[in-house]
Design a protein. Structure first.
Length: 364
């Protein structure tokens, strides 16, 4: 059984080991890291990431946010510094094999300085990219409806210490500016700890969503981390959660929300009426083929974050039938969003966070 507490302490330990490698590289060229005591931040700061998840119930909200932001960005800094350290080590190896160590000693300090600056620039770019969501519009034509319907689809909000009250208020304003008929949330509404979201009050902003047909959601794998989706349903009372059930949004248009695949892998895709326009909402995009076979018209998925940052982007492209974007599978249009929020830290090098506006146009 997956133990989240142990998992995040392991991440801290791995981060400390990688930090030693990174410090040794930067130590070669950065004067402010010349003393041995400067190794301490590289050993200790990775555990801020662990504390952000494991100490959330034991510390005040403001301290938890410090752990989360510090640990999240240090995690990214450690990861990309280690990639640069591998290149640094490869350069040393090539110089050693070519008997050009004098050249290495001449340029190694400069190389460390350049790699440090590149890492900081990458952090700045990824942060800016993650905090500037876009709106992607997809138009669907159907003869099953007589009146147009506009949906705002968002997934992977990950409310928590990183994406807290300020984030949910900005999010709701963006949603309302779109004037969508209905809002659909594709899972992972919270990141891991519902109690923090309740203390922070970030859930209250969702009561201000303005959509004439309402707001609908499914649960994602992160919603189950606290093990109390009933409480989440209770506090996000303005949202109708579809737990493997169907809901007629307007005459002729039916939403079907699936239970999270990771927690309910054997759950079958429900049958649908082919005379209606059927939308399937599935957090992990793992049942596209089943949705096509069942005769659904539109499939909405998330979870992947489109990889969020390199090298995860390369992994998710191989793991999923559709990692990001829109594609037809037979008569089924599948849409997988990059998500609106971020996991671990607000940092992206892959596709931007987004709200997908879906314009369903019926027959004249």
């Amino acid at each position: 059984m997956f133990n989240r507490i142990v998992f995040f302490w392991k991440i801290g330990c791995i981060g400390a080991l990688l930090g030693c490698v990174n410090w040794f590289m930067y130590h070669q060229g950065l004067p402010f890291l010349s003393s041995w005591w400067t190794l301490l931040p590289f050993l200790l700061l990775p555990f801020s990431f662990s504390l952000a998840y494991n100490a959330i119930h034991a510390v005040p909200s403001w301290l938890e946010k410090i752990f989360a932001w510090t640990g999240g960005y240090w995690f990214v800094f450690t990861l990309y510094s280690f990639f640069f350290a591998l290149l640094y080590g490869l350069a040393f190896l090539l110089c050693a094999l070519s008997r050009s160590l004098s050249l290495w000693h001449l340029y190694a300090p400069l190389a460390a300085q350049v790699l440090f600056v590149l890492c900081l620039l990458l952090l700045c770019y990824g942060s800016w990219h993650a905090l500037h969501p876009i709106t992607r519009t997809v138009t669907v034509q159907t003869d099953k409806l007589t009146a147009p319907v506009t949906l705002a689809f968002l997934t992977d909000l990950h409310l928590g210490p990183l994406q807290s009250n300020w984030y949910s208020r900005r999010l709701v304003k963006r949603i309302n500016d779109l004037s969508a008929d209905a809002v659909i949330l594709g899972g992972d509404l919270i990141d891991a700890h519902l109690d923090f979201v309740l203390r922070d009050g970030s859930y209250r902003a969702f009561e201000q969503i303005k959509a004439r047909l309402g707001t609908y959601a499914v649960f994602g794998n992160h919603d189950f981390f606290d093990g109390d989706i009933d409480r989440e349903d209770q506090y996000f009372s303005s949202i109708r959660f579809l737990r493997h059930e169907q809901w007629e949004l307007v005459p002729g248009l039916v939403l079907t929300g699936l239970n999270d695949y990771i927690h309910f892998p054997s759950a079958a895709v429900p049958a649908c009426d082919p005379g209606q326009f059927n939308i399937l909402i599935d957090h992990e995009p793992l049942r596209i083929s089943q949705a096509e076979a069942a005769g659904y018209d539109l499939y909405l998925g998330g979870h992947t974050h489109a990889g969020q940052f390199f090298p995860v982007t390369a992994i998710t492209n191989r793991l999923y039938q559709l990692n990001y974007g829109s594609r037809y599978f037979g008569k089924l249009l599948a849409i997988v969003s990059s998500g609106y929020g971020s996991w671990g830290m607000p940092f992206r090098t892959g596709p931007a966070p987004e709200i997908v506006v879906i314009k369903i146009k019926g027959r004249p």
